[in-house]
Every structure is written in structure tokens, then in C-alpha cells.
Ligand binder design. Structure first.
Ligand code: GRF
Length: 201
């Protein structure tokens, strides 16, 4: 059994999709813990209801990024993780933290990277007038929203789309691709070759 640790900061709907897929598809893996940097993250209740260990490491209690990341790393490593899944974890990570989990930490970003890094991606897409928008699952590297891409999914942008409607349709797709990539990783089917991700059948 592989150990997965999921980090959240809020709603946790991607975390829920991964937990549900892990259970219903009987992955050879266990969600060892769901860890939040905020006490009021709504996703914590879902995790606890599913018998998953939850932890909170409150980011605002630490003097600086290094101190927080080092405490977080200690908590994560207590679960001997094979894979760290960032699911709406709203933190910029230090290079030391990212290096420690090199090749075993995934993130989902609500845009077709490398377009629209950072926040407000749906607004960025509308402002740019793109006709295709979507989501990206990528390995985490020190540069924000820039790691090797494992999967992308695209949707059409319609004339009457708003930030809300786009965010809703992209999120539905996120819930499909993120569990799929996590499963591929757990099954040992994902290989990093330089900046490219190879997925075997
Ligand atoms: C998602 O849109 C994800 O792509 C982004 O943050 C949002 C998290 O939503 N990184 P949820 O907490 O998984 O519901």
C-alpha cells in the first residue's frame, strides 16, 4: 500500500474526489492524512468523516516561510508518504521543501499552463479572450505553477461565460483528471524524463 498525504487550505473538493476514487476504485493506496494550514478548512470535516487522519499546521503561527515549511515537512513525513498531493493548498513553498519532495509532489492548477499562473486564473482567461481554458496537473518545482505537466484538460469558453461559470466547469474537470493522475502515479505508471512526463499504459 502506498501512502498519500493531501494538503488543503479550504473547500477540499479535489481532495474529496481523490478520496472517493481511492475507495471506490480500490487503489493499492491509503490516504494517510489530510493536512491543512487553516483550522477552518471545510475539507477537514469530510476527511474526518471518512476515518482519515487530519492535522492542522497553522501557517500564521510561524515567523517565516522556512519555519512553517519545516514544521509542515515534519508532520507530513510522520506519515511516510509516497506521494504528496496539493489540492487547493494556498501557500508559496520554499525551495528546500519542494526539493525534499522532488518527483513525488503533485499540484492542480485551474488553467492550461503555462498560461495564467498565480491567482484569479478564470479572470485572466476571460481578460485574455482565450477560447480554450482548463486545468493542469503538474509536478511541483520551485518555480510557482511551472513543473512538468502530467495531464491537462480543456473546456470551451462560451460568449456568456463569467468567472463563476468558468470556475464551475473547470472544477468539474479537475475532479476527473486529478484522481486519474494520482492513480497513475500510485500504480507506478508515471515517469519524469527531464521536463516531460511519460505515462505508460
Ligand atoms: C481548485 O480550483 C484548484 O485547481 C486550485 O484551488 C482550487 C481548490 O479547490 N489549486 P478545492 O479546495 O479542491 O475545492
Amino acid at each position: 500500500m502506498k501512502n498519500i498525504v493531501i494538503l488543503i487550505s479550504g473547500r477540499g473538493s479535489n481532495m474529496q474526489a481523490i478520496v472517493e476514487a481511492c475507495i471506490s476504485e480500490q487503489w493499492p493506496a491509503k490516504i494517510a492524512a489530510v493536512i491543512s494550514n487553516k483550522t477552518d478548512a471545510a475539507g477537514l470535516a469530510f476527511a474526518a468523516q471518512h476515518g482519515i487522519q487530519t492535522e492542522v499546521v497553522v501557517s500564521k503561527d510561524f515567523a517565516n516561510r522556512e519555519a512553517f515549511d519545516s514544521a509542515l515537512q515534519k508532520t507530513i513525513d510522520g506519515y511516510a508518504p509516497d506521494l504528496i498531493v496539493l489540492a487547493g493548498f494556498m501557500r508559496i513553498l520554499t525551495p528546500a521543501f519542494v526539493d525534499h519532495y522532488a518527483g513525488r509532489m503533485l499540484n492542480i492548477h485551474p488553467s492550461l499552463l503555462p498560461s495564467f499562473v498565480g491567482l484569479a486564473t478564470h479572470k485572466q482567461a476571460l481578460d485574455a479572450g482565450v477560447k480554450l481554458h482548463g486545468a493542469t496537473v503538474h509536478f511541483v518545482t520551485a518555480e510557482l505553477d511551472h513543473g512538468p505537466i502530467a495531464a491537462q484538460i480543456a473546456i470551451q469558453v462560451e460568449d456568456d461565460d463569467t468567472e463563476d461559470s468558468l470556475s464551475q466547469r473547470v472544477l468539474e474537470q479537475e475532479h476527473l483528471i486529478y484522481p486519474k493522475v494520482v492513480r497513475q502515479f500510485i500504480e507506478g505508471r508515471i515517469r519524469l524524463v527531464g521536463n516531460r512526463v511519460r505515462i505508460s499504459k
